[in-house]
Design a protein around this ligand. Structure first.
Ligand SMILES: [Ca+2]
Length: 312
């Protein structure tokens, strides 16, 4: 690889030398024939030559880029710039929220997520989002859609239960919920224990260590040790299917749930057609409609999990 790069650098140098000579020849030819306005002609020619040099340099640079080794799962190169989560990017100095490619599964399988880089120290992977928009994302989806994930990380989004499992199984994680009601008031809750089991265990949820300073009440206490239910996979404690009863969204229902994050969203202040949170007011619990919501996770120990792929 080093030899290839050296050869290409040498190629760039030869090309530049040739173009410099070309510029010199053209300039002296023009100087001999055109006495008037010579400077203007020189400027034009110089600019043309500069553009040619720039184009050739970029072409060669892109060509080099295309020869970077492609990664595969068995033959990795050390790439500390491929973080497994948003905290890894935060540790690299990224302080503006946006969509990033994270590598929670392997060096070769990026997952595009929204990274919240500002809230509570930043470094959060937004795993689920509800956003008011003209046409809401469809959350009334079957098991496999929730397994694999769906939506748009810029707007409404479900990261996928398999990835949730891989990100939280061996990494003690914090769950944070940020929510906004139709009055524009935002509240948050934190649970310092969050883990999702694998598909064989029906994505059994471990949720706990509710942080008492949270402004949202603990609507997730009832979901602890509950498994996932979708319209086509009824695993809940209810005699019916809670996904069907709650407008189709998948969740870790009991019978059924104190919150309803995956509801249809009609973008009106109506708890029957909105995502809801029951203990919006801790001392006066009643279903409260939400117009915006994010669930986000971060490693509990605040350690970056920048993925180091070591090999060749
Ligand atoms: Ca049931």
């Amino acid at each position: 690889m080093a030899q290839m790069l050296a050869e290409r650098d040498s190629g760039v140098r030869v090309m530049r030398q040739w173009l410099d000579e070309l510029q010199s020849n053209i300039t002296s030819e023009l100087a001999g024939y055109i006495e008037h306005d010579r400077t203007a002609f020189q400027d034009v020619v110089t600019e043309i030559v500069k553009q040619e040099v720039r184009g050739v340099t970029e072409l060669l640079a892109n060509n080099q880029e295309s020869h970077h080794p492609r990664l595969d799962s068995g033959n990795h190169t050390c790439l500390p710039d491929r973080p497994a989560d948003c905290l890894g990017y935060r540790r690299q100095g990224f302080i503006t929220s946006g969509v990033f490619n994270i590598y929670p599964v392997s060096c070769c399988e990026p997952v595009s997520v929204w990274c919240d880089m500002t809230t509570g120290g930043g470094g959060w992977v937004v795993v689920f989002a509800r956003v008011p928009q003209v046409e809401q994302e469809n959350f009334a989806r079957p098991w496999n859609d929730y397994k694999n994930g769906f939506g748009n990380p810029y707007r409404e989004f479900w990261i996928g239960n398999d990835i949730l499992h891989l990100m939280t199984d061996n990494v003690p994680s914090i769950l944070r919920v940020d929510a906004e009601n139709f009055a524009g008031i935002r509240k948050f809750g934190e649970w310092r224990s969050f883990r999702v089991a694998n598909e064989t265990d029906l994505y059994n949820l471990t949720i706990g260590n509710y942080w008492p300073s949270s402004s949202l009440g603990d609507d997730l206490a009832r979901n602890n040790r509950k498994v996932f239910t979708t319209v086509d996979r009824d695993n809940d404690d209810d005699s019916g299917n809670c996904a069907e009863k709650r407008t189709g969204g998948g969740w870790w229902y009991t019978s059924c749930s104190d919150c309803n994050p995956t509801s249809v969203m009609a973008n009106t202040d109506n708890y029957l057609t909105s995502a809801t949170w029951k203990s919006w007011n801790k001392n006066d619990p009643k279903f409260t409609s939400l117009r915006w919501m994010q669930l986000k996770i971060r490693p509990k120990d605040s350690q970056s999990r920048a993925r180091m792929c070591i090999g060749q």
